[in-house]
Design a protein around this ligand. Structure first.
Ligand code: G1P
Length: 288
């Protein structure tokens, strides 16, 4: 079985749900406590053994590339001031030279199109895909998916249960027989009406996909919302390859929404021993 070495991060989205914060700043650079959302997601991928980080960006996203580069002046200043701990932390977050790639989506044609834009960089090997809006809290979700993949091969999607009234916001899977840590996906549909959904298990924004998806994406017509949908190509791929679901046990925060983002800040903040006592006291105060 081929090892998963590369991960795609689609970061071209405009962040219209978070205006005006995202007018000049990419939504992926909003911070949950003191790390940009995209850094949390890169951390998750690295914890799962990913070696090469591929960012599909767009106009106005240059700062993401800067974030994953050396900041010479800053590092020299930290060094001079003896701030070795801070310096080490910064260096730890950085992909090593040659292990990150950036390409532009050019036009907002949908998630399927964004993934397809990375086809040359990925090449002919299976890869991971992580949607940065969706923060998976707890042990690395992608690492759990790798365990399923190592048992089953094929394609793996992370899923979690959502209330029935929310199924129209997600890709939804049909749940089949359990195998190892996962289950067989029997169907997939992008943003179905509640009464047409095969279950209430939503695709939570983490995927392990085989490279054959790229050929299907290149022929994919626009689907739900007039966009080239990844789920539609996955459905075609499922005719010739297996798909497995991995049920993520932790909490998921949609950091593209204001409430998801604010809650993530509180939950991640309360986990930090250096912040938790004061934060709790402030929350109690705010509650009157
Ligand atoms: C995308 C996928 C959808 C998935 C969702 C998770 O939708 O198309 O299948 O459930 O991400 O966040 P989007 O949120 O881009 O509309």
């Amino acid at each position: 079985m081929k090892r998963i070495r590369k991960a795609i991060f689609p970061v071209a989205g405009l962040g219209t749900r978070f205006l005006p914060a995202t007018k000049a700043m990419p939504k992926e650079m909003l911070t949950v406590v003191d790390r940009p959302v995209i850094q949390h997601v890169v951390d998750e991928a690295r914890a799962a053994g990913i070696e090469h980080f591929i960012f599909v960006t767009g106009r106005n996203k240059g700062v993401i590339e800067d974030h994953f580069d050396k900041q010479f002046e800053l590092e020299a200043t930290l060094e001079r001031r003896g701030k070795t701990k801070e310096l080490k932390e910064l260096q730890k977050d950085l992909p090593s030279a040659g292990h990150s790639s950036f390409t532009r989506q050019q036009e907002p044609l949908g998630l399927g199109h964004a993934v397809w834009c990375a086809r040359d960089i990925v090449g002919n090997e299976p890869f991971a895909l992580l949607l940065p809006d969706m923060l998976h809290h707890g042990p690395s979700c992608l690492a759990g998916m790798m365990d399923v993949y190592n048992e089953t091969g094929g394609n793996v999607v992370a899923v979690n249960e959502v209330p029935k009234e929310q199924v129209h916001q997600y890709g939804i899977v049909g749940v089949g027989k359990r195998k190892g840590n996962g289950f067989k996906v029997t169907s997939m549909v992008e943003k179905p009406k509640a009464e047409e959904a095969p279950s209430n298990y939503s695709i939570s924004g983490r995927y392990i996909l085989q490279p054959e998806i790229f050929d299907l994406l290149s022929e994919q017509q626009a689907g739900a919302g007039g966009e080239i949908q990844l789920t539609d190509s996955m459905l075609t791929l499922a005719k010739s390859q297996e798909f497995f679901g991995y049920e993520f046990q932790g909490r998921i925060f949609d950091c593209g929404s204001k409430i998801g983002f604010l809650t993530a800040n509180i939950v991640y903040g309360l986990e930090r021993p250096d912040l938790a006592p004061e934060l709790l006291a402030e929350i109690a105060r705010a509650n009157g």
